[in-house]
Design a protein around this ligand. Structure first.
Ligand code: NAP
Length: 491
């Protein structure tokens, strides 16, 4: 980290807990380190929330709930709109912070700021569109009124890979729906979440509506909140393993849960595809965020007749990526987030090579400070290879081949995950068949990028429950109440 980066960051980024509208130290006074993954150096020290701090945050959210649910939708919308504008205004600071705490190149951080900001704008528009319905019962007697009400105080637990967007996707619809919340960001990337809280504070969000509690002890601090009867909803984005544990913990209180979990996206290339477009889509689906994305293409499933040409073109394109510090001009591929992530990627690749795959580029960790791993393409990967069953979370593209459509579908669906699939074909009927045969929550048709704030993001099978974004996104924060009304002509 350069001197300019250090001073810019320490002057502008809050490092305290944000509880009940106040920036404060942890009850214990403890702090934890935030590390730059491109150097391994400490870039900031952040207040380390305790169980008592978590309790204070939930108490504040609970106190604020009633007033917030009665705040006019237009007022909630205006706060979100101002927050959208402030986020866009502060793009450079947020992007630099994000790059320094998780590694991605600055251009990608700016793109995430734009994407995250759009959730604020989208849900500012949704806030005034919440409606119910009114009907006459089929027998013509009673009247049936259905209203939507905010679920109540929510707990949000978010990952490090998209530190702004993953928080915005939960906080914005909650605010729009009239819910208060406690956000626990990933310990690796608390700074972006704190900047986000500061934006909402500056936009006029009342005290207690959003509380942010970074902590180095996620389980210990959030478990008492999940079993506290004041909490009404848990929304989690992270690994399937942790998600399953949180669903089990939520059962005690029958909490509403939304789960955005892991993926193992297949990227299907049929022999009638536009190969150049498929390669461009593949690079985007693989290398965006350095492969550290739940929607990253994890398995390239290519028709045997074009596999050689596809592999050569993909190798050339991925080989053009420049590995380096995300804040340096020219870098197009940053480091992985930490040593554990890099070790996992290296082990998966070593396993695939031992099982017969060939690396046409990359294939081993890069020496030196920071957690760098190069863009890697693996050909000749056997269908039995372990790498095809695990979320790689790194810049590694394993390629397998298929003979016909049925085999492609079988390979694609052979996973406990079902978050996203990508399909490249110019045959309209095949495209439509794929949209019905693939077991997935989302499908990229001739595109390597599906995420859009106006669309329902989420998975099937073990990739999760619920949807974020789109008109579906606000429903996650609303309860349906039915009021039966006596026949107005009979009384
Ligand atoms: P993770 O280890 O599951 O952590 C996610 C969050 O959960 C972090 O805030 C973490 O805190 C917290 N956490 C960990 N153990 C916990 C526990 N016992 N109780 C309560 N909270 C706990 O996942 P990750 O490694 O950060 O993120 C990568 C995963 O997220 C991948 O599987 C990826 O596919 C998934 N993801 C899914 C989506 C989606 O929308 N489907 C989007 C992005 C990422 P600490 O930081 O303190 O560990």
């Amino acid at each position: 980290m350069t001197v300019a980066e250090t001073s810019e960051l320490s002057a502008a980024v809050p490092t305290g807990l944000y509880i009940d509208g106040r920036w404060q130290d942890a009850a214990s006074g403890a702090v934890f380190d935030v590390i730059d993954p491109s150097t391994g150096a400490v870039i900031a020290r952040v207040a380390d929330a305790t169980v008592d701090d978590g309790e204070a945050a939930l108490a504040a959210a609970h106190r604020a709930q009633e007033g917030w649910s009665r705040t006019a939708p237009r007022e909630r919308a205006e706060i979100l709109r101002r927050a959208f504008e402030l986020t866009v205004e502060r793009t450079e600071l947020i992007a630099l912070t994000m790059t320094l705490e998780m590694g991605k190149p600055l251009a990608e951080s700016r793109a995430e700021v734009a994407y995250g900001a759009e959730f604020l704008r989208w849900f500012s528009e949704e806030a005034t569109r919440i409606s119910g319905r009114f009907a006459t019962a089929p027998d013509g007697k009673n009247r049936l009124m259905v209203i939507k009400r905010p679920v109540g105080p929510c707990l949000f637990i978010t990952p490090w890979n998209f530190p702004l967007a993953m928080a915005a996707r939960k906080v914005a619809p909650a605010i729009a729906a009239g819910c208060t919340s406690v956000l626990k960001p990933a310990a690796l990337t608390p700074l972006t979440a704190l900047l986000f809280a500061q934006i909402l504070e500056d936009a006029g969000l009342p005290a207690g509506v959003l509380n942010v509690i970074p902590t180095s002890r996620a389980g210990a601090v959030t478990a008492p909140l999940i079993s506290d009867e004041r909490l009404r909803k848990l929304s989690f984005t992270g690994s399937t393993e942790v998600g399953k544990r949180l669903i089990a913990a939520s059962a005690d209180q029958v909490l509403r849960v939304s789960m955005e979990l892991g993926g193992n996206a297949p990227f299907l290339v049929f022999d009638d595809a536009d190969l150049e477009a498929a390669v461009e889509g593949a690079v985007l689906a693989k290398l965006r965020n350095g492969g550290e994305a739940c929607v990253a293409a994890n398995r390239f499933v290519v028709h045997e007749s074009i596999a050689k040409e596809f592999s050569e073109k993909l190798t050339a394109r991925m080989g053009s990526y420049v590995l380096g510090r995300g804040s340096e001009p020219g870098t197009t591929l940053g480091p992985l987030v930490d040593e554990a992530t890099r070790t996992k990627v290296a082990e998966l690749v070593a396993g695939a090579l031992a099982e017969g795959a060939v690396a046409t580029i990359g294939g081993a960790s890069v020496d030196g400070p920071g957690y760098f791993y190069p863009a890697t393409v693996l050909t000749g990967v056997p269908l039995s290879a372990h790498i095809l069953t695990e979320e790689i979370f790194g810049p590694v593209a394993p390629i397998v081949t298929f003979r016909d459509e049925d085999e492609a579908v079988r390979i694609a669906n052979a996973s406990e995950y079902g978050l996203v699939c990508f399909v490249y074909t110019r045959d309209l009927n095949r495209a439509l068949r794929m949209s019905e045969r693939l077991e997935t929550g989302m499908l990229g048709m001739n595109t390597g990028l599906v995420s859009n704030p106006a669309a329902p993001f989420g998975g099937v099978k073990q990739s999760g429950l619920g949807r974020e974004g789109g008109s579906e996104g606000i429903e996650e924060y609303l309860e349906t109440s039915y009021i039966g009304i006596a026949d107005p002509f009979s009384v």
